[in-house]
Design a protein around this ligand. Sequence first.
Ligand SMILES: [Zn+2]
Length: 380
Amino acid sequence: MSYQLYSHTLPSATPGTQRILKAHHFGEAGARPKIYFQAGLHADEWPGFLVLNTLIKKLIKADEEGLIKGEIIIVPVCNPIGLGQNFHGYIPGRFAFSDGGGNFNRNWPQLGAKVERIVKDKITGDVEENVQLVREAIREELMALPELTELQGMRKTLLALSMDADEVIDLHCSGEACMHAYVAQEFEEYFTPLLSLMKSKVALSELDTGALSFDETNVSVWRHLKAHYAHLMPWGCRSLTLELRGENDISHELAEQDASALMKYLTYRKVIKGKAPKIDPSEVAFFPLDAMDLVKAPVAGIACFHKELGESVEAGEVIGEVVDVMADDVMQSAYPLIARANGVFFARFQRRLVACGENIAKIAGHEHLAFREIGHLFED
Ligand SMILES: [Zn+2]
């Protein structure tokens, strides 16, 4: 048995309160490949909680059978700060109330330049040695990060658990959506087996999002170093953000389906012993992130969608409407929601009362859209 459960206590933000992160560890520490999973960084996104709970049960069984070869770390509830934002039953969970108040999945520390300063005179022709060198330098830089506030403590702990992983899989969800993923362009081919097993037919391929999200942070050091040392520096870490459908797509059936797919993936990557699953990549499609149309509400009111999630749409097509319930002329109160991309309508708001200008639907397109600005591809 290798299974270990660790509790990490965060700095107390107010007298009498204390939050913890629980990390479930499987396999020998330092065994490879190492895969890290977390869920709920946006604390209003809960499908990953049940998926990881189900995955942990399966891994405990696999561990008892001696099947775990690599290392797996799972933080099923990774943002207890956001989860604590409970206002009479409503949990916003996406933005911090303290420490600058930003989106919990933006502006994570970028360590590339600092790590480069440590390793630059030590890089050799031995690629494996270089990986070790960089991982040690990352650890050193992580130790130096501040942990005065609760949020700093949480970020530092999550990075310390994940930064030396070969793969980082961050579980999120959308309001209402099909299964989809955000994948760095460099990793499209690498993660196709995972997307195929998860039946994720839409994958948004990222360039520079400008978001400095958690999953980008994990690879940012390697991306920075690869720009300088090319083939001497392999990808020491690959990561992606997996969007587990919509907020309310939570059931034991879906969790079982997703956790089983993740177990197959761990077998495929030889983290778990077993027969490798068959991969059918034919249904996985990549769409450039700057070709993703964010459809904005043209007016405040009630949104109604005519198209179903997963349907193909064409530029110029009406996918729904917003009804201006304050219009003087109720006969003329419907404003159309018009697609600007040819592609797949894959995500939309869950709330039907919308503010003017809110992004309420997403269409994955193939052709780059001139109004989408590289470096600012996420607007919230
Ligand atoms: Zn999210």
